[in-house]
Design a protein around this ligand. Structure first.
Ligand code: OAD
Ligand code: ZN
Length: 250
């Protein structure tokens, strides 16, 4: 089966904008990790189709049945542990090297951007590789896999939870404030592999647009944001991002 060609005129237009811009932000969602084999949330085999989010990814679910919630996170940690960054993640890490003003805002909790070598990353939905103690607030990276069924805080003995944002919870206020600030100041925003429907993350694209940034959507499908984008590159991010970077190398 032949691959759908990526529109060369738009590709060149986006490259031109990137060449002219010092401040660039990428907002990524589950789609950027799809080519690494990490399931998205809302696709045909999406995680929220197979599981009821409210039974697993809420503070109430954790209070009711922490073993079940940890079993699910241990399963997801196991699934992601075998995955590697794909050319899309690597292209964004390369972009940071040639544009020090680049900021990556990700909704993903899989840690693949950091593994790819990106440093300036705002993980606004947290990370499955960090554990947090609600009792004493201690938070640390822990790549042990699997964690014990009910992992305990080394500092105070409290029950640890995954350091991710669950349904009904607020995002970290300072991370969110920084994200809105960089979105408001950026010249170009790349909105990559996100269904652009989960708030407040989706608003970051609208924030950039309304503050005058040139906003580019990279997705295999259209989203509620597509009609607002200045450019839409349709196709897998693991193909499009390396093509964009090719023309940018100093
Ligand atoms: P979704 O699963 O909602 O959307 C994934 C998006 O990626 C869709 O728009 C797909 O069309 C697109 N996509 C799939 N494969 C792609 C590829 N190879 N290249 C480019 N695009 C591709 O995931 P998110 O938008 O990230 O939150 O979901 C947002 C949040 O909803 C998640 O962070 C999670 C979930 O509830 C929390 O868990 C707090
Ligand atoms: Zn503790």
């Amino acid at each position: 089966m032949s691959e759908t060609p990526i529109d060369p005129t738009w590709l060149a237009a986006v490259q031109d904008k990137l060449k002219q811009s010092a401040r660039i932000v990428a907002l990524t969602g589950a789609g950027i990790s799809a080519e690494s084999g990490v399931p998205t949330f809302r696709g045909a085999d999406g995680l929220w189709k197979q599981y009821r989010a409210e039974e697993l990814a809420t503070p109430q679910a954790f209070d009711r049945n922490p073993d079940l919630v940890w079993e699910w996170y241990n399963w997801r940690r196991g699934l992601v542990a075998e995955k590697k960054p794909n050319p899309g993640h690597l292209a964004l890490a390369a972009l940071e090297k040639i544009r020090p003003g680049f900021t990556l805002i990700t909704q993903n909790v899989d840690g693949l951007h950091l593994l790819a070598g990106s440093h300036n990353v705002l993980e606004i939905h947290g990370s499955i590789w960090r554990v947090r103690c609600p009792a004493c607030g201690d938070c640390s990276e822990d790549r042990t896999n699997p964690l014990p069924p009910l992992p305990l805080c080394p500092k105070c003995g409290g029950l640890l939870r995954p350091d991710v944002v669950w349904f009904g919870e607020s995002l970290d206020p300072s991370l969110l404030e920084t994200s809105f600030q960089v979105a408001a100041l950026t010249e170009v925003m790349l909105v990559i592999g996100t269904s652009a429907i989960v708030q407040p993350a989706a608003s970051l694209a609208w924030q950039a647009k309304s503050s005058g940034a040139w906003v580019v959507e990279i997705n295999i499908d259209r989203t509620p944001f597509s009609s607002q984008a200045d450019a839409v590159l349709t196709g897998p991010s693991g193909r499009i991002l390396p093509l964009l970077l090719d023309g940018l190398a100093p």
